[in-house]
Design a protein around this ligand. Structure first.
Ligand SMILES: Cc1cc2nc3c(=O)[nH]c(=O)nc-3n(C[C@H](O)[C@H](O)[C@H](O)COP(=O)(O)O)c2cc1C
Length: 225
């Protein structure tokens, strides 16, 4: 698979086949993803992949906090917060398309909430990864994390694996940091549930579109004065 095909094939997948990804494959992908460029070669990324019983224990610990009524407490403000204008519009359109694909009415608060809660079930994926970097680093260093994440996604696609990047998995960092080997100084930026995709699942039916080139790009070679 060439890079163009990988970019075209990669999309957010929220239902998976039960088979685990071999550990050797996960290790290979992470080894390759680390070739990502980073500011000053600081390589700020840290990743933990959790599977099997450990994943179930973590899931239970997060669920316990939610059931106790603890509100989300991410270290970094969530990507979906504070949006305005066209960005808010796109977020809403994305949400409505997703709900509609699951036959959940936009006015159905509990239905939407139930769908949202699937984030904390890792969408049934056999694996969940947690990406963190030092909480004292600034926003520019998050670029390094994004490139690392995209490397993971594309390398996975090349191996028939897909996933769902999840800001939601940064919202209850307590159990994650308590149970998983994550450096003390690190803050969780996002999670990534992954496995072999079940393309037939209803939850994977919505396909998100992208804006036309002219709405976000310019190529300038002459300036008018
Ligand atoms: C950083 C990041 C965080 C995301 N967080 C979530 C999340 O918490 N839950 C979820 O279901 N999808 C999440 N997504 C998936 C986006 O909704 C998805 O990428 C977007 O709708 C475009 O769809 P596509 O990836 O299938 O093209 C996230 C994506 C990114 C890149």
């Amino acid at each position: 698979m060439d890079v163009t095909k990988a970019v075209q094939t990669q999309r957010t997948i929220r239902a998976f086949k039960p088979e685990a990804v071999p550990e050797v494959t996960i290790r290979e992908v992470i080894e390759l993803a680390k070739l990502a460029p980073s500011n000053g070669n600081t390589q700020p990324w840290h990743i933990v992949v959790v599977s099997g019983d450990a994943k179930e224990q973590l899931k239970a610990a997060i669920r316990k906090e939610i059931e106790e009524g603890i509100k989300p407490y991410p270290v970094f403000p969530p990507g979906g917060s504070g949006l305005k204008g066209v960005y808010k519009d796109r977020q809403r359109a994305c949400g409505f398309k997703y709900y509609a694909s699951m036959d959940v009415d936009r006015a159905d608060g509990p239905g939407r909430e139930a769908l949202m809660m699937r984030n904390y079930d890792f969408f049934g994926a056999p694996h969940a990864a947690f990406l963190s970097y030092p909480g004292t680093m600034n926003r520019a260093n998050a670029i390094d994390m994004g490139i690392f994440l995209q490397n993971l996604l594309l390398l996975f696609v090349e191996r028939g694996i897909q996933g769902c990047p999840q800001g939601a998995l940064a919202t209850y960092p307590g159990p994650v940091k308590e149970l998983l080997p994550i450096p003390e100084e690190n803050a969780i930026l996002c999670g990534l549930s992954f496995g072999y995709p079940n393309y037939d699942a209803q939850i994977n039916s919505a396909k998100m579109t992208r804006e036309p080139f002219d709405n976000f790009a310019d190529i300038v070679s002459t300036l008018t004065t």
